[in-house]
Design a protein around this ligand. Structure first.
Ligand SMILES: [Zn+2]
Length: 118
């Protein structure tokens, strides 16, 4: 009987240890959750600018954050002031209607108008 008790105590100890290890190795936010960089947030706010100038080549590989389609550079374009997501004017209207004008990536309602140079 004492041996059975010792065995149960050992099993309980192992389970406790395993649980502690799982909790220690678990990262905070769930893995794979997209976290946009916010490095430009301060700059835009400090500058107080409402538009950003970019060239066609800089925008060539950029896609609309809502539709995933390539940006139509001849249309009116916008960039989220917080997370650098880009939107065409149609997507901005769709966000205004269906998402309280919030960015799909970060939830910001602040947007910069994109001026395409060159
Ligand atoms: Zn955003």
């Amino acid at each position: 009987m004492p041996r059975l008790f010792a065995l149960l105590a050992m099993i309980a100890g192992v389970l406790l240890l395993a649980r502690t290890m799982v909790e220690q190795t678990r990262p905070g936010p769930s893995p794979g959750t997209f976290r946009a960089k916010r490095s430009h947030r301060r700059d835009d706010t400090a500058a107080g600018g409402t538009e950003i100038h970019l060239t066609r080549s800089e925008l060539a590989q950029v896609r609309d954050a809502l539709t995933g389609a390539p940006l139509a550079l001849d249309d009116e374009l916008f960039r989220c002031a917080r997370c650098d997501s880009f939107y065409g004017v149609q997507s901005v209207r769709a966000l205004a209607n269906d998402n309280a004008a919030r960015c799909v990536s970060c939830g910001s309602t602040q947007r910069l108008s994109v001026v395409v140079d060159g």
